[in-house]
Write a new protein. Structure first.
Lengths: 227, 900
C-alpha cells in the first residue's frame, strides 16, 4: 500500500506541485488547507506522515503540532522560513521530526520524508547495531568501530554519539542532546556539545574539516548521517 | 516695545499695510456691534430680533450669552433659539455664571451672540475682559454679534466723566470697536428713553438707582447720543478710508499729520493718551505715537510712576497708537530730534500743577518745546482733577541715618578747616579765611552729595562766624556782608552737592547697566556652550531664575505639545492654571499670567520665546519677586531673546543630524529601488521566458534542450531566493530588528555548513579548508555567521574565474579567532577597498553573472559588527590578484571542568 502523506498548507500552489510530485514518487497525497481541517485529517485518515506549514491562516502551526501530538505519533515535517530558527527549534522541541526551509525543492522534501518514514519503520525496533559510512555503533556492547577497528571514546562521547545515531537522520536540538546526555541542569551549556562534537569528528570523520557523519544544523542542532 | 515706522505710500498703489490687514481678516469671523447711547435703548432686543431673522433664514445661530435682566419682551425672543449653558466659576467662595468660551469654540456656530461687549469676566476666567473672548472667537472664524454702550469706550472715559460725573469701570479699547465689520446704531430719543425708564422698562440695579437718576438726565443722554452717533458715523468713515487705502485710491487721509504724545508716568498719562487718540480721530485717523523719555542721567522713576507709564503705553496700544521709548538726558532736545526725524506735526503734552514755579521762570516743558518746535503745533492738556493720593513729582530720598557717616565726614572737613584757619590766622595777617571753609564745603559736596554739603555749609558758617568774624567768640553777625558768606557757602554746597549727586546717580545707573550687560554676556557664553535643547533650556532656566530672583521654568514643544523642559532651582510640574497660561502664551505669542491681561490671577508670568523661524517655547517666572517693568524684567526679557536664539540653534543642529540620516535613508531607498528593479527582474525574465518556451514548444524539443531550460528555471529561482534572503537580512539590519542568538560555536562547524550550502554553485572552483585540530570556541550567532561566510563565498565565486581556488582557513590570533577566505579573482583596487562594504556597492560586472547583488558584503559587515567582531578586506594578495576577507571574532573562554 502506498504511504499516505497529509499536506497541511494554505497555499494552493504548494498543493499543486506537491501532489503530482508525491504521486510520482509513490506516495498517496492528502490535502488540508488550514489548521482545523489538518487536525481533522490527521484524526480521520491517520496518515503515514504529515507535512505541516507553520504559517496557517486559522491557527498557529505550532499549536496544530502540539494538539496533533496528543493523539498522533507518526512523523511530522515542518515547513518554515529560513530566518526563523527559533520557530524551527520550538517545533522540534514540541515533537516535530524534521523541518524543510521554504522555498524548497521537491527532492529535499522527499529525502526528508524517506528518512522520517524509515525512522518510523525502525522505531521502536530493538536494533542492536547502527552502521553509517565506515562507522559501526554497537548499542548492546557500547562499542564504536571505524573501518572495523575499535575507536576509544569516553562514556559521555559514547552517550552523545548513540543518542545522535538513534535519531537516524532526525535533527536533534541542542537542548534535547544536552538534557539527555548531561542532564537538565546543563540545558544552556552548548559549549560542551561543541567540544564533544569536535572530538567525535576527530575520531570518526575521514576528514574532520568535511564532516559527513555528524552534520551541523546552524543555530538548531545536529543530525546523524543516514544513508 | 514697538517703534513706529509707518512709511507713506506712493500714490495709486495699494497700501501694503491695508492689504496686510485685509489678509489678516480673511478667515476671521465678522464682528457686528449693536451700539447704543445708554442702557435701556433696546440693543439686546434688537440683536435678538435680528438673530431670529437669521435663524429663520436657516443660519446656524447660537446664543452664547444674553442678559435679559428679566424683561419679558426680551425673554420671549429667546424661545426656540439655541442657548449655550453658562459655566460656573468659583471665586472667593462665590459662584459666577460666565460665558463658556470653550463650549462656544467647540460648538463653532456660524453666528454667535455675546451680549455686553464691555463686560468684565469673573476672576479666574481665561480673559479678564469679554472683548478679549470675542477676539478669540473671531480669530477662530466665528461671526460674533455683541452690544455696547458708547460710554464704555476707552477713549471716551474722560469725556463721559465730564458729562455725567460717572467714572466708567468697564471699558472697551477703541480698537475693539474699530475692528467691527458692522455697527448697528440702536437709537431712540432721550425723552423716549426716560419714558421707558419711568415705565420700569430699563434695568437698573437697586444699589445704583440714585446714580442712575443722575445719569439719565436729558442733557446727559443728549450728549451721549451725540457721541454714539458720531462714533458710528466715524466707523463708517474709517471703513471707507480703509477700503480706499486697500484699493490704492488716493484720498484725504494722507494729510501728513503725525501726532506725538509725551507721557512721563505722572497721573495725567492716561488722559494724555486718550487726548492723542481723539486728536488723531479729528485728523482723519492720523498716525499717533506715544513716547516717553528715559533720562539716561537719572535714577529710574519710582515704581508707581513706571507702573502708570506702562499702563499708559498699554492703553495707547489698545487705542491703536504706537509706542516708543526715547533715550537722552535733555528732554526737549530728545523729543525735538525725534519729532523732526519723524515729521511730527502735533505734539501733545500735559501740564501738572506743581510745575508752576518752573513755568513762572519760563522753564516749563511747554515753553521750552514752543521755543524749539518749528512747524509743529503744541497741545497742552491741563490736569482736570488733582489726584491727591499721588506721590509728588520730585523724588525724595528718605532721610537715612545710615549715611550719618557722610555728615560726620562733613563735620570733620569743617574741623580741619577750622584748625587750618586758626593756624593761618595766627601766622599771617589779613588772610581771607572764608576760602578755607569754602574748601571744606566743596569737599563735603563733592564726596557726599547735596544734604551733607548743606549741613557742612551751615556748620562751617557757624564756626567761621563764631571764631573768626567780628565780634569773635559769639554767633552774633557783625556785618551784613557776612550773610553773603552764608549764602555763598550754601550756593557752593547746592552746586557741588547737586552735581556730585547726579554724577553718582549716573555712575550707579551705568553700574546697573554694566551688571545687566555682564549677566547677558555670561548667559550668552553659557548658552552658546550648550548644543542640545535640554542643556540650553536648563542653562536658560538657571539664568532667568538668577536674574529674576524667583523660580523659573522653560517649556518647549515636543511633538506639538508644550512640555516643561527645565526649571530652576528644580523642575516641578506646573499646576493646571499656570499651564493654561503657558499654553496661551505659546499659542498666541503673547505674555500671559500674572501682570498681563490674560489669566492675570495665575501665580506665574509666561513669555513666548520668539526665534527667527517662529516660536521656540515659553519661559515662565513665578510672580512676586520681580516688578513688571523693572530692570530685572528687562534683563529677563533680554535673556529670553538669547535663549530663543540658542534653542533655535540647538534645534537646527538636531534637524541637521536628522536631515543627514534622512538623506542617507533616502539614498539607501533609491539604491534599493534600482537594485530591486534590476536584480529581481533579471531572474524573473529568465523564469518567465524559459517556462513559456517550454509550454509552447516543449513537445518539439529534444530532451536535452528541455532539461537545460528547466535547469535554468531552477537556477534563476534559487538566485531570486538568495536575493530575497539578502533583502530580508538587510531590512533586519536597517530596521534594527536584528536579534542575536549568541551561543558557543565552533567556527569550523559554521564554515563547513556554509561550504555545504554553496557547494552546488561552485562551478568547478576548488573550495579548500585549512582548519587546525583544536580551535577555541567563540560566542556568536551561528546562523548569522553562516550567512556571513556564505555571502563572502558567493562573492568569491562571482568574482573569480571557473577553476580558480577558494581557500577557507580558521586560526587563533591573539585572543581572536580569525576566519580567512581567499580567492584568486581580479582583486579590489585599493581606492575601492573601503567601499566594498557599502550597500549596493558592486565593482563592475561579476564574472559569473548569476551571482552577487551588491548587498552581500554590506550584510556581512552589519552582522559581524552586531556580533562584536571585525571584518576587513585585503587586496591584491598575490601577483596583483586575489582578495582576502578576514573576519575576527573575540575568543570565548569555555570552562572545561565537569566535562568528562
Amino acid at each position: 500500500m502506498r504511504p499516505r502523506i497529509l499536506i497541511v498548507d494554505d497555499e494552493p500552489q504548494i498543493h499543486r506541485f506537491l501532489a503530482p510530485a508525491l504521486t510520482a514518487a509513490g506516495y498517496d497525497p492528502l490535502r488540508a488547507d488550514d489548521g482545523a481541517s489538518g487536525l481533522k485529517g490527521i484524526a480521520v485518515w491517520s496518515p503515514d506522515a504529515v507535512v505541516l506549514d507553520l504559517g496557517l491562516p486559522d491557527m498557529d502551526g505550532k499549536a496544530v503540532l502540539e494538539q496533533a501530538r496528543a493523539f498522533y505519533d507518526g512523523p511530522i515535517i515542518i515547513l518554515s522560513a529560513r530566518d526563523r530558527e527559533i520557530e524551527k527549534i520550538d517545533s522540534l522541541d514540541r515533537g516535530a521530526n524534521d523541518y524543510v526551509e521554504k522555498p524548497f525543492g521537491v527532492g529535499e522534501l522527499l529525502a526528508r520524508l524517506r528518512v522520517a518514514l524509515r525512522q518510523r519503520q525502525r522505531f521502536p525496533g530493538g536494533e542492536t547495531v547502527i552502521r553509517a559510512g565506515g562507522v559501526e555503533i554497537d548499542l548492546e556492547r557500547r562499542l564504536v568501530r571505524r573501518d572495523g577497528e575499535i575507536v576509544k571514546v569516553s562514556p559521555r562521547e559514547y552517550d552523545l554519539l548513540s543518542r545522535l545515531a538513534q535519531g537516524h537522520g532526525k535533527v536533534l536540538t541542542h537542548k534535547e542532546l544536552l538534557v539527555s546526555v548531561w542532564g537538565p541542569a546543563h540545558v544552556h551549556d552548548t559549549q560542551y556539545l561543541r567540544v564533544f562534537i569536535g572530538q567525535l569528528r576527530q575520531k570518526l570523520e575521514t576528514d574532520p574539516a568535511h564532516p559527513k557523519l555528524i552534520l551541523t544544523e546552524a543555530g538548531v542542532g545536529y543530525r546523524f548521517y543516514s544513508p | 516695545m514697538p517703534t513706529e515706522d509707518r512709511s507713506h505710500t506712493e500714490p495709486g498703489r495699494p497700501d501694503p499695510e491695508a492689504l496686510l490687514a485685509a489678509a489678516n481678516k480673511a478667515g476671521r469671523g465678522r464682528l457686528k456691534v449693536f451700539l447704543g447711547m445708554a442702557p435701556g435703548v433696546g440693543k439686546t432686543y434688537e440683536m435678538l430680533r435680528a438673530a431670529r431673522r437669521r435663524k429663520a433664514e436657516g443660519v446656524d445661530v447660537l446664543i452664547g450669552v444674553v442678559e435679559t435682566h428679566g424683561r419679558r419682551e426680551t425673554e420671549s425672543l429667546l424661545r426656540g433659539m439655541d442657548v449655550l449653558p453658562r459655566k460656573p466659576i468659583e471665586h472667593r467662595g462665590r459662584a459666577y455664571l460666565e460665558f463658556d468660551i470653550d463650549a462656544a469654540l467647540a460648538r463653532k456656530p456660524k453666528v454667535l451672540l455675546v451680549d455686553e461687549y464691555a463686560h468684565s469676566n469673573a476672576p479666574g476666567s481665561r480673559h479678564p475682559k469679554r472683548w478679549q473672548d470675542v477676539e478669540e472667537l473671531l480669530a477662530a472664524g466665528i461671526d460674533v454679534w455683541t452690544t455696547l454702550n458708547v460710554q464704555h469706550l476707552e477713549s471716551l472715559v474722560d469725556v463721559v466723566l465730564r458729562i455725567t460725573g460717572v467714572q466708567q469701570r468697564e471699558t472697551v479699547p477703541d480698537s475693539a470697536l474699530s475692528r467691527a465689520d458692522d455697527i448697528e446704531l440702536v437709537d431712540i430719543t432721550p425723552d423716549e428713553l426716560r419714558e421707558r425708564m419711568a415705565a420700569g422698562k430699563v434695568y437698573v440695579p437697586e444699589t445704583a438707582r440714585l446714580a442712575a437718576d443722575n445719569f439719565f438726565k436729558v442733557e446727559n443722554l443728549t450728549a451721549l447720543r451725540e457721541l454714539a452717533l458720531r462714533r458710528a458715523a466715524q466707523t463708517v468713515d474709517d471703513q471707507l478710508v480703509a477700503a480706499m487705502r486697500e484699493k490704492g485710491v488716493e484720498g484725504p487721509w494722507a494729510a501728513g499729520e503725525r501726532i506725538l504724545v509725551l507721557v512721563s508716568g505722572d497721573p495725567m498719562s492716561n488722559t494724555l493718551v486718550r487726548a492723542g487718540r481723539r486728536l488723531s480721530d479729528m485728523m482723519m485717523d492720523a498716525p499717533w505715537t506715544v513716547a516717553h523719555v528715559e533720562r539716561t542721567d537719572r535714577a529710574p522713576p519710582p515704581a508707581r510712576w513706571s507702573a502708570r507709564l506702562r499702563e499708559a503705553l498699554k492703553l495707547a496700544e489698545q487705542l491703536g497708537g504706537l509706542t516708543v521709548a526715547l533715550n537722552g538726558h535733555d528732554i526737549v532736545a530728545t523729543v525735538m530730534a525725534y519729532a523732526r526725524r519723524n515729521n511730527v506735526t502735533q505734539i501733545v503734552i500735559g501740564k501738572t500743577v506743581e510745575r508752576n514755579w518752573r513755568e513762572r521762570l519760563g522753564r516749563s516743558l511747554a515753553a521750552a518745546l514752543l521755543r524749539e518746535a518749528r512747524g509743529a503745533a503744541i497741545h497742552v492738556v491741563t490736569e482736570a482733577v488733582r489726584d491727591t493720593t499721588d506721590v509728588p513729582a520730585v523724588k525724595r530720598e528718605p532721610f537715612a541715618w545710615d549715611n550719618w557717616k557722610a555728615y560726620l565726614t562733613g563735620a570733620g572737613f569743617v574741623a580741619i578747616a577750622t584748625l587750618a584757619a586758626w593756624g593761618l590766622d595766627t601766622a599771617f595777617d589779613r588772610v581771607d579765611l572764608g576760602m578755607i571753609f569754602l574748601a571744606a564745603v566743596l569737599a563735603a559736596g563733592v564726596l557726599h552729595g547735596l544734604r551733607p554739603a548743606l549741613a557742612a555749609a551751615t556748620v562751617a558758617f557757624l564756626v567761621y562766624n563764631y571764631f573768626f568774624l567780628a565780634p569773635r567768640y559769639s554767633f552774633q553777625i557783625g556785618a551784613p556782608t557776612d550773610f553773603l558768606t552764608l549764602f555763598v557757602f550754601w550756593a557752593v554746597a547746592l552746586a557741588t552737592g547737586g552735581l556730585a549727586g547726579r554724577v553718582r546717580d549716573q555712575a550707579r545707573g551705568s553700574q546697573r547697566r554694566a551688571a545687566a550687560v555682564s549677566t547677558l554676556l555670561a548667559a550668552a557664553r553659557t548658552l552658546s556652550g550648550a548644543s542640545a535643547r535640554e542643556p540650553v533650556a536648563r542653562a536658560l532656566a538657571e539664568q532667568v531664575a538668577a536674574a529674576a530672583g524667583a523660580r523659573a521654568i522653560v517649556l518647549l514643544s515636543r511633538d506639538g505639545e508644550l512640555e516643561p523642559a527645565a526649571g530652576a532651582p528644580s523642575l516641578e510640574p506646573l499646576q493646571a492654571a499656570p499651564m493654561a497660561a503657558a499654553r496661551w502664551a505659546w499659542e498666541k505669542g503673547e505674555a500671559a499670567g500674572a501682570g498681563t491681561s490674560t489669566l492675570p490671577h495665575t501665580a506665574w508670568t509666561f513669555w513666548p520665546m520668539q526665534g527667527a523661524r517662529g516660536r521656540i517655547g515659553v519661559a515662565g517666572v513665578e510672580a512676586g519677586a520681580m516688578a513688571s517693568g523693572s530692570d530685572e524684567e528687562r534683563l529677563v526679557l533680554g535673556l529670553l531673546d538669547q535663549g530663543a536664539t540658542a534653542l533655535e540653534r540647538a534645534e537646527l543642529a538636531a534637524e541637521a543630524v536628522e536631515t543627514e540620516s534622512l538623506r542617507r535613508a533616502d539614498r539607501f531607498r533609491s539604491a534599493l529601488l534600482s537594485s530591486i528593479s534590476h536584480d529581481l527582474r533579471t531572474p524573473l525574465s529568465t523564469v518567465l521566458g524559459a517556462s513559456s518556451t517550454l509550454l509552447s514548444y516543449g513537445k518539439a524539443m529534444d530532451p536535452d534542450t528541455r532539461d537545460d531550460l528547466l535547469v535554468s528555471i531552477g537556477e534563476e529561482a534559487e538566485r531570486l531566493n538568495r536575493y530575497v534572503g539578502n533583502l530580508l537580512d538587510m531590512t533586519r539590519l536597517e530596521g534594527g530588528a536584528l536579534r542575536l542568538r549568541t551561543d558557543w560555536i565552533d567556527v569550523r562547524d559554521v564554515l563547513a555548513a556554509a561550504a555545504e550550502r554553496v557547494s552546488r554553485r561552485l562551478g568547478g572552483r576548488a573550495l579548500t579548508r585549512d582548519f587546525p585540530t583544536d580551535l577555541t570556541l567563540v560566542q556568536a550567532d551561528a546562523s548569522l555567521l553562516e550567512q556571513v561566510v556564505v555571502n563572502i563565498l558567493e562573492n568569491a565565486i562571482a568574482y573569480s574565474p571557473p577553476g580558480a581556488a577558494i581557500e577557507m582557513a580558521a586560526y587563533e590570533d591573539r585572543g581572536n579567532v580569525v576566519i580567512s577566505i581567499e580567492d584568486e579573482g581580479r582583486g579590489i583596487p585599493p581606492a575601492e577597498l573601503e567601499r566594498v562594504f557599502d550597500k549596493f556597492q558592486r565593482l563592475e560586472e561579476p564574472t559569473d553573472r548569476t551571482q552577487g547583488v551588491g548587498l552581500g558584503l554590506s550584510i556581512a559587515k552589519g552582522f559581524i559588527d552586531a556580533m562584536g567582531g571585525r571584518i576587513a578586506a585585503a587586496s591584491p594578495i598575490h601577483d596583483g590578484k586575489g582578495t582576502r576577507m578576514l573576519i575576527s571574532l573575540p575568543k570565548a573562554m569555555p570552562t572545561h571542568h565537569n566535562l568528562l
